[in-house]
Design a protein around this ligand. Structure first.
Ligand code: ATP
Length: 235
């Protein structure tokens, strides 16, 4: 198991956002966490990446507890997050944004190969590498945010709502890219409101409702589940 989340509780002051969540991610999988607005999905990702601290519970990465580690150490250890809303650095070029992703890398000799990989995966980023990142379209900014996270050479990629606000053509492309990232050996934890897409590419999935996991199964099982269909797949 690459990641184990055990009985996680996370609060914002008196608000309990995550109430006893347990799940795991095996190496090589895409695992999707779906749920409505406010279910606690982003809070879970922020706690895994060390931006938030849990009230209680454990997060094990490669068998070691990380819930008290600093974000910097978590990134260096191989967990990289693509935040909701992309958060690309405006005023910096596309290339400079990618360089930020590689900031903590120690194996600098690998960098050239990884830039080449990112440019191969996202040709539009190569075409625009000297352009201000703020001038990219929404879909291109999502690609840049993913490319930047890949420049940290993650073993586990955390994706927070990658399809949010994108035109349908870009949505399909982003999900194809997520599958190709998995094929190249990076494990993916994906949180999405687009449950149909997220489950269709997932090996396994979990359904989160008001801070708790209410269902789990393979992507296909959840897609065929009557409750999931009714609540998350529009009928
Ligand atoms: P979304 O898709 O809207 O981001 P989500 O499933 O990711 O939803 P979270 O953002 O994790 O959900 O929010 C979980 C709960 O925590 C919600 O009740 C939300 O209102 C609350 N919450 C989130 N951020 C804060 C905050 N900064 N302060 C107080 N409460 C918060």
């Amino acid at each position: 198991m690459l990641l184990q989340v055990e009985d996680l509780f996370v609060n914002y002051g008196v608000i309990q956002a995550v109430k006893g969540v347990s799940f795991n991610v095996n190496e090589g999988e895409i695992v999707s966490l779906i749920g409505a607005n406010g279910a606690g999905k982003s809070t879970i990702l922020h706690t895994i990446s060390g931006i938030m601290r849990p009230k209680s519970g454990r997060i094990l990465y490669n068998g070691k507890e990380i819930q008290k580690e600093k974000s910097q150490k978590i990134v260096s250890g191989g967990i990289s997050q693509v935040p909701e809303g992309r958060h690309i650095f405006a005023g910096l070029s596309v290339l400079e944004n990618l360089q930020m992703g590689a900031f903590l890398r120690k194996d600098k000799s690998q960098l050239k190969k990884d830039y080449d990989n990112v440019f191969e995966r996202f040709p539009v980023l190569q075409e625009r590498k000297n352009q201000d990142a703020a001038t990219l379209s929404g879909g291109e900014q999502q690609m840049l945010a993913m490319g930047r996270a890949l420049m940290a050479a993650p073993k586990l990629l955390l994706l927070d709502e990658p399809s949010m606000g994108l035109a349908p053509i870009f949505i399909n492309e982003i999900f194809d890219i997520i599958e190709s990232i998995k094929k190249q050996g990076t494990t993916v934890l994906l949180i999405e409101q687009n449950a149909a897409k997220a489950l269709s590419i997932a090996d396994r999935g979990y359904v989160l409702s008001v801070g708790k996991i209410v269902l789990s199964g393979t992507g296909q099982e959840l897609l065929n589940n009557a409750e999931v269909k009714k609540a998350y797949l529009g009928g």
